[in-house]
Design a protein around this ligand. Structure first.
Ligand code: PMP
Length: 420
């Protein structure tokens, strides 16, 4: 009998049969509190009735429209609706199916729009697994090992990861900006640089938030050198961090506007859909037909995305992410107090994590793995992340309640007791 490829690494032994809200149920009916949300995807919770209804209705009238052959209403409506939440000026949209595809689309567009090749990425970022995206990814060497030669024209600059360097945020930011200037002066000519590509919060790289001064520094350098600023909001977008877009934490009233924004994951509550948004003046520098795809902007996925935006607005899920995220991080900090094994607790909104270290302060992947497994065996689904796999993250659906946060924190404490 054929099997599932052993290339996949399974984080839990759960065989999910059904999902509802923040819960998953296995085939025996055992209930799990899902603080993974399918890696930050099920924004409105599993099988939100409004999303299910929208997808069912759409599937009954048109499943596949193929947007370079015919247009369809869900695609047009979604484009209009995204205009309500996108930063001002990003008024032109291109759709694909996954985060990696959207990252590639953004980089292709940046190269076409500027006529330049170089892309500057920041150490610890994850941008996807396709060959182009793998060349942009530095969250762990496991995503690059054995794949070379990777796409050329990618330069890596430091991210202001204060905990990693053992510095405060100011020192880490000064360092990162200084090193970026050094890179641009020594190895990556500004005149050849198409774009700076950044995650507002490092995701797979360990849930490390950037900061206002760093993003302002990138914007200033992009303007000075005629390069574009691309924000990868695949994991941080659609309300996840307690703002609609993660970068808005650092840009206040849109003072630091991205030139290209990348969205996926939470956008359609679990249906495959991704998008890039840019000003029309940027998009029109690429020629018609320069990008496309068979499935991008699928009608059922677009209908699910429209319903997702409705639910986020009606149920005030961005505010809920901020509120429950604050509760969660406070609880995690309390749980970490006095435990030397937890070196740092950080995050934004409902994107929070605890970093495990050994007695010398070095990354402790084994401890993180034990805690994750103890939590899973107690019915709380969690994932690890970070360059060394020593960070345990919590990324529940945005519909999570205070009671469910408290329940998860209770299981977390028990898992810490059992594992450490
Ligand atoms: N960018 C970021 C920031 C991500 O977190 C991810 C997925 N974890 C991707 C890109 C790639 O998305 P996908 O797996 O849908 O290709």
């Amino acid at each position: 009998m054929p099997e599932l490829s052993p290339m996949l690494k399974q984080a839990t032994p759960v065989l999910a049969a059904r999902g509802e809200g923040v819960h998953l149920y296995d085939e025996e009916g055992r209930r799990y509190l899902d603080f993974t949300a399918g890696i930050g995807v099920t924004s409105t919770g599993h099988c939100h009735p409004a999303v299910v209804r929208a997808a069912q209705e759409q599937a009954g009238s048109l499943i596949h429209g193929q947007y370079t052959t015919v247009l369809h209403r869900p695609l047009l409506t979604l484009t209009e609706r995204l205009g309500e939440v996108l930063p001002h000026g990003l008024d032109s949209l291109f759709y694909s199916n996954s985060g990696s595809e959207a990252v590639e689309a953004a980089v292709r567009l940046a190269r076409h729009a500027t006529g330049r090749q170089n892309i500057v990425v920041f150490q610890g970022s994850f941008h996807g697994r396709t060959m182009g995206a793998a060349a942009l990814t530095t969250s762990s060497v496991k995503f690059r090992a054995g794949l070379g030669p990777l796409m050329p024209g990618v330069s890596i600059a430091p991210f202001p990861a204060a905990f990693h360097y053992g510095w405060d945020e100011q020192t880490a930011t000064d360092f990162a900006l200084r090193e970026l200037d050094h890179l641009l002066a020594t190895a990556c000519a500004p005149a050849d640089t198409a774009a700076f590509l950044i995650e507002p919060v490092l995701g797979e790289g360990g849930y490390v938030p950037a900061n206002e001064r760093f993003l302002a520094g990138l914007r200033e350098r992009a303007d000075r050198h005629g390069a574009l600023l691309i924000v990868d909001e695949v994991q941080t977008g659609v309300g996840r961090t307690g703002r609609f877009w993660g970068h808005q934490h650092f840009t206040g009233d849109d003072r630091v506007l991205p030139d290209i924004l990348i969205s996926a994951k939470g956008l359609a509550s679990g249906f495959p859909l991704s998008a890039i948004a840019a000003p029309r003046s940027v998009m029109e520098k690429a020629w018609p037909g320069s990008q496309g795809g068979t499935y991008g902007g699928n009608a059922v996925a677009c209908a699910a995305a429209i319903a997702t935006l409705d639910v986020i607005r009606e149920e005030k899920l961005v505010d809920n992410a901020a509120e429950q995220g604050a509760r969660l991080i406070a609880g995690l900090r309390e749980a970490a107090a006095g435990r030397l094994e937890i070196g740092d607790v950080r995050g934004l909104g409902l994107m929070v994590a605890s970093e495990f270290v050994d007695a010398d302060g070095r990354p402790d992947q084994a401890a993180a793995g034990r805690v994750q497994q103890e939590a899973v065996s107690r019915g709380l689904l969690l994932l690890t992340c970070g360059p060394m796999g020593n960070v345990v993250r919590m990324i529940p659906p945005l519909v999570v309640t205070a009671e469910q946060v408290d329940e998860a924190l209770g299981v977390w404490s028990a898992a810490l007791d059992a594992a450490l």
